[in-house]
Design a protein around this ligand. Structure first.
Ligand code: AMP
Length: 232
């Protein structure tokens, strides 16, 4: 049975990576993180990585054509046919329109917005750590079991290079100006569910699953599958 097609929205440090990973495991769908894809591309010095690096270091958005092409290619992979959770995409109106066009009648089922006040995300970002290899999220409060080695893949767990004070301020500003307007965009499509992202990760996951399941069931009259039928 197919899973849902989800987008997770929220400021940097709102917990998107952690929660997207949990949603992916719960619904058995891939988590597609454009930030992780770019970090891997930079590490392997690919063409996309070379194009993206300077924007990432400055906390700016990578140009739309580079991101959109990368996501469209990823969505063609067979694992994305049974659903997905997009983490970090779309980030602006142009990308949201491109996603609607790419998916056509199979457009996303639901967009969940994680609401977290700015002072909380600033505190979380200071303690955030990430696996360089698989992108698994950690923090100084929730470190891996062994010596900053990823519990999942054994990769090195480090502080992100763009988690500097200046780049964080820049990214939050970009979020307010370019990404937050997507809330209205998806509200207009009746696809937005806003969820309180404060508190412990388990509490937030519980809220998200309840919110997603009730919205998708309500729309399909019982099953996520039914919703899919209706939308083609
Ligand atoms: P993230 O891990 O989602 O915070 O992304 C890290 C960085 O990758 C961002 O600050 C951007 O420079 C770049 N990036 C990730 N996703 C996108 C996107 N959808 N559009 C443009 N740039 C992106």
């Amino acid at each position: 049975m197919p899973g849902p097609r989800l987008v997770i929205l929220g400021k940097q440090g709102a917990g998107k990576g952690t929660q997207a990973q949990r949603l992916a495991a719960h619904y058995r769908i891939p988590r597609i993180s454009t930030g992780d894809m770019f970090r891997t591309a930079v590490e392997h010095n690919t063409e996309a990585g070379q194009k993206a690096q300077k924007y990432m270091e400055a906390g700016e958005l990578v140009p739309d054509d580079v991101v959109i092409e990368m996501v469209e290619e990823r969505l063609k992979d067979s694992d994305a046919r049974r659903g997905f959770v997009l983490d970090g995409f779309p980030r602006n109106a142009e990308q949201a329109r491109a996603l609607d066009e790419a998916l056509g009648r199979k457009a996303v089922d639901l967009v969940v917005e994680l609401e977290v006040p700015t002072d909380v995300v600033l505190r979380r970002l200071a303690s955030r750590r990430v696996c360089l290899n698989c992108g698994a999220p950690y923090s100084t409060d929730r470190p891996p079991a062994q010596n900053w080695t990823c519990d999942i893949c054994g990769g090195a767990v480090v502080q992100r290079e763009d988690d500097t004070e200046a780049a964080i301020a820049r990214r939050l500003d970009v979020y307010t100006r370019q990404t937050e307007p997507l809330v209205a965009y998806y509200l207009g499509q009746d696809k937005l569910a806003s969820v309180d992202g404060t508190g412990q990760p388990d509490q937030v996951t519980g809220r998200l699953l309840r919110g997603i399941d009730s919205r998708l069931n309500r729309r399909s009259g019982g099953t996520v599958d039914g919703d899919r039928e209706e939308m083609g």
